[in-house]
Structures are given as C-alpha cells and as structure tokens.
Design a protein around this ligand. Structure first.
Ligand SMILES: NC(=O)C1=CN([C@@H]2O[C@H](COP(=O)(O)OP(=O)(O)OC[C@H]3O[C@@H](n4cnc5c(N)ncnc54)[C@H](O)[C@@H]3O)[C@@H](O)[C@H]2O)[C@@H](O)CC1
Ligand SMILES: [K+]
Length: 525
C-alpha cells in the first residue's frame, strides 16, 4: 500500500481536478460522504452530533458530513469558523446554512449544549502548518476522545510526521484523541508514525476515486513526483497486515522455494558471535536465520567461546572466527551469502571484523555492537555499501547520526515537522546503506529514497531483551535466501511483529524464532 505525503496528496488532488474528470466540490462530497458512511456504520442508530468545522477544506468536509447526518435523521449542531474557507468549503457551508446555523467555534458555544453521541473533528487536516491556538485549541482540548470521529486526522497532528505541533514528541498528556479516523485515498506518514496511531484510534482509508492519478504519481521516479521523492510503501499496518491478501502474497513471493531445492540454494548465513559468556544474542539471531529458511547457518564465535555453542539447535554449524583473516578465509566460499555482525559481539571485536565483513561486499546486517563500533570510527562507515542493512534503535541512531537525531528531538513548531521517515531517508542516503530505524513505528529507508513504514504499535511486548537479535537474524537469513536487503528488512519486521502478535504478552525473545513455522505456514510460504 502506498503512503502519500501531504504534498503528494495535494498534487494528486489538483491533477485530478485539472484533468477535468472531477471537480473540487465533488471530491469534497465524496470525502464527506465517506466519513458520514463510516459514522453510520459505527453508530447505526441516529443520535446527536456536534460537528466542528475549521477554516479550510477539512472544515468543508465537515459541512458535508453535517448535512448527510442530518438527512439520515441525526440531530446536528455545527460550530465553524468565520472568514473565507476557499470556494469549495464556502459552497458546502452555504448548503449547510440552508439547513441549520453555524455557531462560533468557541469554548463557550461548545459548552452551551452537551456534545451529543459523537463529535466530528473537521478542524484541521493536511493543511495544518502551526499548532492550533487560542479558541480553536481550547475547543479541541474539550473534545471527549472516546466519542470523536476525526476527518483525516485529529486536529493538531502533523500528517507528515505523526507529531503534535508545538508539543514535545514524547509524552501524551492532554493529546487529542479520536475513536475513529477516516482519511482519504492513502495513509499519510503521520497516521503510522510517532503519536499518529495512538491519537487516530481506528483508521479507515476511504477511496474517493483518486486512484488513477495516484498511480501515475506512484509509477514515476523521484523526478516525476510532486515532492521530488519516490513513493513510499506501507508494508503493513497493525489492523490489516496479517489478514491482508496482497501482503501475504508479497511475503510468499519473497520466500518462494527454489525447485529442485538444495541446502545451498537456500543460502548460507554467517552469524558472528561474541566471546565467552556473550553468545546468547548471536544464538538468537542464528536461530531466527535458520527458522526463516536459510539453507545453512554458521555461528562464528572466537575459538575460546566455541564450546559454549555445543548445545541445540543441532542444525546450527559452528566455526571459530578469531580475527579478520579467519573471516576473510571463510568468506572465500562464495556460497556464504550473508553476514550478521553485532549481536553480543563486543564493540572491539565488531570493529576488528567489520572491515573484512564489509570488504567482502556480501549482504551484511549491522546491529548492536557493530553500530556502536561504526559510530566510533568514521573509517569503518566508509566501507558500507548498498547491501548492508543497519538496524539502529533510536539510541543507536542518535550515536550514528547525532545531527539528524537532534532535528528529531526538537519541539516541532511548524508543519510539516521532521519525521522518523525523513531522518531515516537522509541517513540511508548519507551512508549508502539500508537503514532500518527500529521502534513501534519502524522505518526502512534505501539510499535511492525508497522507504517503507511498518507500524506495530499493537505489540508493545516486542520491546524486550533479545528481540532485536532475532530481528537481525531474520534479515540475515532472508538475505542468505537471496531476498534483496530492503525487502529482507521489510519481510523481517513483518514476520517479527506477526510472531509477537501470535505469542502475546509474556513473550521472551527465544519464543520468536520458534513461532516462525506457524507464521510461514499461515502465509503459505
Ligand atoms: N487533498 C485532497 O485530495 C482532499 C482534501 N480534502 C480535505 O481537505 C483537507 C485539507 O484542506 P486544506 O488544505 O484547506 O487545509 P486544512 O483544512 O487542513 O486547514 C485549513 C487552513 O488552515 C490554515 N492553518 C493551518 N494551521 C493553522 C492553525 N494552527 N491555526 C489556524 N489556521 C491554520 C492553513 O492556511 C490551512 O490551509 C484535507 O485534510 C481533507 O479533509 C477533501 O475534501 C477531499 C480531497
Ligand atoms: K481533522
């Protein structure tokens, strides 16, 4: 599924209107009808609604919704802004005024009567450029989150970044909330990143007939794009991923078995391990690489720690890797197709082995200690290449790219605010490798500008010791199978979250790899 920036959305809308196939008021009618339809599905019995209409086209949608709910038997109260909302919204306001008054959008007017069964937040959408202020902010603060239906987004959310303008990025005290958010055509990054999933509630994406124009924009390269960037692909959202037919067939295709299969045709992955007493992380990664279907997996600790790896799984091969020459010698075997370095490795050992690992040109996952080593030595970063996947969490990202992390930390005063998507893309372009910025809202960015967002806010128990090690192993295993680095990272985050979802609270990282067979069977891989 494509994700569109707000600039892309505006450009597609204006392309559609320029084509003459559809007018602005028609688009607004479709958008309003989509929201009204979702309200009637969720609240089948007509009740009372308060509709808040802002100063632009989001407000225009609100007037359409008000009229349609009224026609459906709802008792509707409308609070709106004075001033010129633009021709389309003005037309919708005029139509509503034939049915009922527009009260001022003030706390006094809002509190003069009970809000009713639902409040429709049609104040700001994709046009938000600064924090809501004065009376509008006061009204928004009064909304009862559990009964709010948001048009495009809860007002105040920056749809390019998932941050609330004017507020610190972390912490959710007093934030706007909706029970249901109906957005148009495609999700925007802000629906999936940061606070977006929490404030939007259930997200419904309504088709308003812009498909032909979106596809034109999506097909072109960066130069053809409204905002000069290639399109984004949402690889999964919590509500749809496991059941989504397209996502399933995509995963299946990535993991398609070769026939006739031989263990080497499924690839050989090398998981470098740390010294005595530090082998657990690499073993988790190795187990995950085996479970995702790498034909062979070798764990490579220093010789003194080899004995620690004598236990199961017996499918795992062991070979001592003491220093860079040992690694180079192993990599002389062309069948060794992917490397994972970092989990439990130790920073010094990672730094010593990285030049050989990177110099081989093999697909390589850099995680944990390898990222710390990389942050400490700029020369190491020079060896990165397009088949490397860096898997930093926020803290590791800040060590690697302190300037980008600082931009992300600043309180966003104006929209569009800097997003995790922006900084991951810039990081990927800068280091020439795939960057997987991990979190509940993971972003995968490729140096050429392609990116994916994977929102897994519904599996908080995934944030546990060793979880990242198993993720690194999944990526290495998929790359050993010949999956492209970017797709391997995408596949791994999906399978990782699916496994966590199926395990539930109480998950420990050891459970994740062993859940893979059931998950893979479920997607028919
Ligand atoms: N782009 C599309 O394809 C479509 C857009 N539609 C609606 O149009 C919306 C976007 O409309 P607009 O571009 O008019 O923008 P909004 O309606 O989101 O915002 C209105 C205007 O308020 C001003 N503004 C921004 N932040 C403010 C603040 N903090 N305080 C006061 N004023 C502020 C800006 O000038 C902005 O243009 C979408 O969210 C959606 O609801 C739909 O009607 C149909 C399709
Ligand atoms: K809104």
């Amino acid at each position: 599924m494509e994700i569109l920036s707000t600039a892309q959305m505006r450009a597609i809308e204006s392309e559609a209107m320029t084509s003459g196939a559809i007018t602005g008021p028609q688009l607004m009618e479709r958008a309003g009808a989509a929201v009204a339809g979702q309200i009637r599905l969720a609240w089948p019995k007509a009740g009372r609604a308060t509709v808040l209409c802002g100063p632009g086209n989001n407000g225009g949608d609100g007037y359409v919704i008000a009229l349609l709910l009224r026609r459906a038997g709802w008792r509707v109260r409308v609070l709106g802004c004075d001033g010129d909302p633009g021709p389309d919204a003005a037309e919708m306001r005029r139509r509503w005024r034939q049915a009922g008054p527009v009260l001022p959008l003030t706390p006094q007017a809002f509190l003069a009567a009970p809000p009713g069964d639902i409040c429709v937040d049609a104040v700001f959408g994709t046009g938000l450029t600064r924090p809501p202020a004065r009376e509008i902010a006061q009204v928004l603060a009064l909304l009862p989150g559990e009964d709010v239906v948001a048009v495009d987004c809860p007002s105040g959310l920056c749809l390019d970044s998932g941050v609330l303008l004017g507020r610190p990025r972390a912490g959710d005290a007093g934030m706007p909330r909706a029970r249901l958010t109906v957005a148009f055509d495609s999700p925007k990054p802000g629906h999936l990143l940061g606070l977006g999933p929490a404030v939007c509630g259930r997200l419904v994406i309504a088709d308003i007939g812009l498909g032909p124009w979106r596809q034109t924009a999506a097909r072109g390269g960066p130069e053809d794009r409204p905002d000069g960037r290639p399109g984004l692909v949402a690889i999964a959202q919590p509500a749809t991923a496991p059941r989504d037919g397209a996502a399933r067939s995509g995963l299946r295709a990535l993991l398609a078995k070769h026939s006739p299969a031989h263990k080497f045709s499924h690839g050989h992955a090398l998981i470098l391990a740390g010294g005595v007493g530090a082998g657990g992380a690499a073993r988790l990664a190795a187990r995950a690489a085996l479970r995702i279907g790498a034909g062979l997996v070798t764990i490579g600790p220093p010789a003194e720690a080899l004995a620690e790896h004598a236990g199961p799984p017996d499918a795992l091969m062991r070979r001592a890797v003491d220093a860079a020459p040992d690694l180079s010698a192993m990599l002389g075997d062309a069948r060794l197709r992917a490397i994972c370095i970092g989990p439990g490795c130790g920073t010094r050992r990672a730094a010593a082995l990285l030049p050989a690992a990177l110099g081989s040109g093999r697909p390589c996952v850099l995680d944990a200690d390898a990222l710390t080593a990389l942050a400490a030595d700029a020369d190491l970063a020079a060896g990165l290449h397009a088949a490397c996947v860096l898997t930093p969490h926020a803290g590791e990202f800040a060590r690697l790219f302190p300037d980008l992390a600082a931009r992300l930390d600043a309180v966003p005063a104006r929209g569009p605010a800097v997003s995790r998507l922006d900084v991951a893309r810039e990081a990927a372009a800068r280091c020439g490798a795939v960057v997987l910025l991990k979190g509940p809202d993971s972003v995968i960015a490729v140096p050429d500008g392609r990116a994916m967002i994977h929102s897994a806010v519904d599996v908080p128990w995934l944030a546990t010791a060793g979880s990242g090690d198993s993720l690194a192993g999944l990526i290495a295993g998929a790359m050993a199978r010949g999956v492209a680095p970017c797709d391997a990272a995408g596949l791994a985050v999906i399978l990782h979250a699916m496994a966590a979802r199926s395990i539930g609270a109480g998950l420990i990282a050891d459970d994740i790899p062993d859940r893979l067979p059931a998950i893979l069977r479920g997607i028919g891989a």
